[in-house]
Design a protein around this ligand. Structure first.
Ligand code: ADP
Length: 257
């Protein structure tokens, strides 16, 4: 433990008092350290696209723009890196919102319809990979939850199931009510997650080497950490079951209000 100690002396004619007050500041130091780490990681991640954008823009201005093929290629890189920058900023803003512990509203949500809307939002990427998405949620399941939080959770899990799937793969989305809890799961037929990565995927900015190195899989490494933090703030729990080359299932358990 780290203690902050204050010593107070007082003395009068007949007696002498010594008061020692010790504060446990371990928690404060931990939080400060976490904030420093977060800022360091965030700056590092932001620097990557900014460096690429400015590097390629300068090279174009130095004359590379005169070759139409190079021009197109570099503009595509600049465009992709700007999108990455936007995603990072949005995710970092989301994290700062979650941390503020804002009072959450409770909405009554028909889960099946809610998920269908989200599938519709991602229909372009789904079509691009020729995926089949099965929404298996019973139409009668209605849950009470802050709709904005639920949207972030559902959106991130489905978007990962799309990104890390194989072409012509499948996504199964399901939900159930058991006792005082309701469960929501997203299963994919994708690349799966290595055992060594499983314990780390919920960390902020963590991406497996595979997803970092594949240019066509964009991401910030913040999605699952946001989902995890939101689920925890709603007194829930997220678990993952995965097999390399077979697929992954993410399951969220939340209390019924
Ligand atoms: P990212 O922006 O990289 O997708 P996430 O926080 O959403 O960040 O996920 C962290 C990492 O977990 C990903 O980089 C990927 O390696 C792994 N991952 C997440 N979801 C899946 C999935 N459905 N299948 C395989 N790997 C996944």
């Amino acid at each position: 433990k780290t203690l902050d100690v204050q010593v107070v002396f007082s003395q009068n004619n007949s007696s002498f008092h010594l008061i020692v007050i010790a504060y446990d500041i371990s928690e404060v130091i931990n939080i400060t350290q976490m904030q420093v780490d977060f800022l360091r990681n965030a700056s590092h991640e932001l620097k990557t696209p900014v460096t690429a954008i400015s590097g390629f823009a300068k090279t174009l201005l130095d004359g590379a723009k005169d070759d139409p093929e190079v021009l197109t290629e570099f503009l595509e890189i600049i465009n992709r890196q700007s999108d990455q920058l936007t995603s990072l900023i949005n995710d970092i803003l989301t994290i700062s919102h979650i941390q503020k512990d804002e009072v959450k509203l409770t909405d009554s949500v028909v889960l099946r319809d809610f998920v269908n809307q989200e599938i519709e939002t991602q229909s372009n990427q789904i079509k691009q990979h020729r995926l089949q998405v099965h929404n298996l949620i019973d139409e009668h399941i209605e849950v009470n939850i802050d709709a904005e939080s639920l949207q972030r959770i559902v959106r991130n899990l489905i978007s990962n199931a799309v990104k890390y799937n194989r072409d012509d793969g499948e996504i199964m989305i399901n939900a159930s009510i058991q006792g005082n809890f309701w469960y929501f799961s997203v299963q994919d037929t994708g690349i799966g997650i290595a055992k060594s990565d499983l314990s780390r995927i919920f960390e902020r900015f963590y991406r497996s080497d595979e997803s970092r190195n594949k240019q066509q899989i964009s991401g910030t490494g913040l999605g699952l950490s946001i989902v995890n933090e939101l689920v925890q703030s709603l007194s829930g729990k997220i678990t993952v079951d995965s097999q390399r080359g077979v697929g992954s299932t993410f399951t969220v358990r939340l209390p019924r209000k």
